[in-house]
Design a protein around this ligand. Sequence first.
Ligand code: DGL
Length: 267
Amino acid sequence: MLNKKRPIGIFDSGLGGLTVFKALRRQLPGEDIIYFGDTARVPYGTKSPEAVIAFSEEIAAFLFKKKIKLLVVACNTASSLALDEVRRISPVPVLGVILPGVEAALKAAPRGGRILVTGTSATVKSRAYSRALAAAGAGVRVTEKACPLFVPLVEEGWCGKPVALTVAREYLSPFRKKNIDALILGCTHYPMLKSVIARVMGPRTCIVDSAHYAALGARAELEGRGLLNPGRRGRSEFIVSDAPERFSALAGRLLGIKTGKVAIKRF
Ligand code: DGL
C-alpha cells in the first residue's frame, strides 16, 4: 500500500533534472523528494537506447527500494527511450517529461502551427516528441533539431558568455524565419539557456520549458490518488553515482540549490 508520507523519487542522467526538481519543490512543498543524478554515466544523450534503458531500470530499482510513492523520470533522453521499460517494472506510478512538454507546446501552437523540438541526439533520433505530438492529434507541423553542444556549455557555467549565443545561432538561426510558434526545450539543461534561445528565435516563438508542467502533472497524479503529503516543509535528499562535490557546487552555482551533503551510490 502506498502512503502519503513516502517520498517522491526523481532521476536524471546528471544535474539537468534539477530544473524539474526545482519546479517540483515549488509545487509540492510538503513532499520528501529523493533526487538521483547518474553523474558517473552522464551524458545519456550520446548513448544507445539499450544503455539508456539499462541505466534507467537500474536507477528505478534503486529508488523503489527507498519506498517511493511516485517516480519522475526527469531526463528527456530517458523519458524518450526508457519510459515503457521503467513502467513495466514499477510498483508505483511513473511520469516522464515528454507529455508535459507536448501539452504546453500545443497551448502555444494553433492547429496547423509549427513546433520545433530541441534535444539531445538520442532524444531527437527516437522521435519521441514527434510521435507524442502526432498522437495528440493536434495537426501541427513538427521539426526536431539536436543541439548537443548545449549540455557542456551549461555544465561549464557559460550560459551568459558570448559563445553560448554563437552556438545557439549556429543551431537555431535557420529556423528564425520559419514561423515557429513553439520551441520545446526537450532537454533538462536547455531551460538554463532559455533567454539565449529566445533571443535567437525572436519574439514570435514561445519557448516551452516542460519542468513546470511536469511538476503540475506530478501534483495532479498525487492528488488524484489521495497521496499528496499535506506537510509544510518536505525534506530533499540528493544521491549521485560519482563526484558529489562537483554536483553540489554546480547545483548551487547554476540553480541556486543548496544540496547539503550529497550521498554516493555506485552501480
Ligand atoms: N538529461 C539529459 C536530457 O534531458 C541531458 C544530458 C545528457 O545527455 O545526459 O536529455
